[in-house]
Design a protein around this ligand. Structure first.
Ligand code: ZN
Ligand code: ZN
Length: 290
């Protein structure tokens, strides 16, 4: 069974990642407004009602901005640690909260979500790997450093959202005050382009088909610079930049490499958990024209 992943948005202006199979899905973080989340899901042909829970990585506003409204409207369970919950109190979540603990897998239909702690300047921050049968997807953003656990889980991933927040030179030369620069690069902030590249070149498993570079800084990074870096190391993995302005495509991910690298629109439609297949068919037809 394939998994399907998409970034609805990625960056300090809002993070929301969709990970699912053909039956159900989860969000990791809810940093877009409810309306924007709905619009982007609709454009991708994805069903909001297939989303069975929201996993919160930490309490920073770019990860929880739309949480309260989404939860109230869709009655979605919110998976969060007790520590993070204390920081986001007042968001009227109580009835929907499911507490999780580090390294304790959570099952939602055919998906198994394993949280593990990460280094970030928040109360109790966590990264996640999501498994569906033999396929594994990792969500590794807002990490100040690459710890052993990130390496261990990255090596298991068929696809990963991996932070590449800043170019060291741009951050150093940029207009941020010194204390903020040090907070970003001090081991409890964000990963640099080179740290992400080092993880990828040293620990990419052969079976990784997709890498979505995530949470790029608007001030201290450039998608062109980042892609130029990753283009130095050609592999079979498709490297994509998750935008801070728009949703990505929906990428099918499978533990077996596809026999074809390009799926026709019809083949994608047949597998995806779509809301209105007919609408998406016509959208895909339009897309192929422009
Ligand atoms: Zn963030
Ligand atoms: Zn953060």
């Amino acid at each position: 069974m394939s998994m399907f992943i998409a970034s609805l948005n990625s960056g300090s202006n809002g993070n929301c990642y969709y990970i699912g199979n053909s039956e159900e899905a989860i969000f990791v973080d809810a940093g877009l407004s409810c309306a924007e989340t709905e619009q982007r899901m609709a454009r991708l042909g994805l069903d909001m009602n297939a989303v069975k829970g929201i996993f919160i990585s930490h309490e920073h506003s770019d990860h929880i901005f739309g949480l309260s409204t989404l939860v109230q409207k869709y009655k979605m369970p919110v998976y969060v640690t007790a520590g993070t919950l204390r920081e986001i109190r007042g968001k009227r979540l109580r009835a929907f909260v499911r507490l999780f603990e580090s390294h304790q897998p959570v099952s939602i239909g055919g998906l198994t979500i394993t949280p593990f702690p990460k280094k970030h300047d928040a109360r109790d921050p966590h990264s996640f790997v999501v498994r569906c049968m033999q396929t594994t997807v990792g969500i590794f953003t807002d990490i100040g450093q690459i710890c052993e656990q990130v390496v261990c889980y990255f090596r298991q991933c068929h696809a990963a959202f991996l932070e590449a927040n800043y170019d060291e030179e741009m951050l150093q030369q940029g207009r941020y005050p010194h204390f903020l620069k040090n907070r970003i690069r001090g081991g409890q902030g964000h990963l640099s382009n080179h740290q992400a590249f080092e993880l990828f070149t040293s620990h990419r498993p052969d079976f990784m088909t997709h890498l979505l570079l995530s949470h790029l800084s608007k001030e201290n990074n450039s998608p062109e610079l980042l892609m130029a870096l990753f283009n130095h190391h050609k592999t079979d993995t498709e490297v994509i930049i998750a935008s801070r302005y728009q949703e990505s495509q929906v990428y099918p991910v499978s533990f077996q490499p596809p026999t074809k690298t390009f799926l026709s629109p019809g083949e994608i439609i047949n597998e995806m958990p779509l809301k209105k297949k007919a609408n998406v068919k016509s959208e895909l037809r339009q897309l192929s024209l422009f």
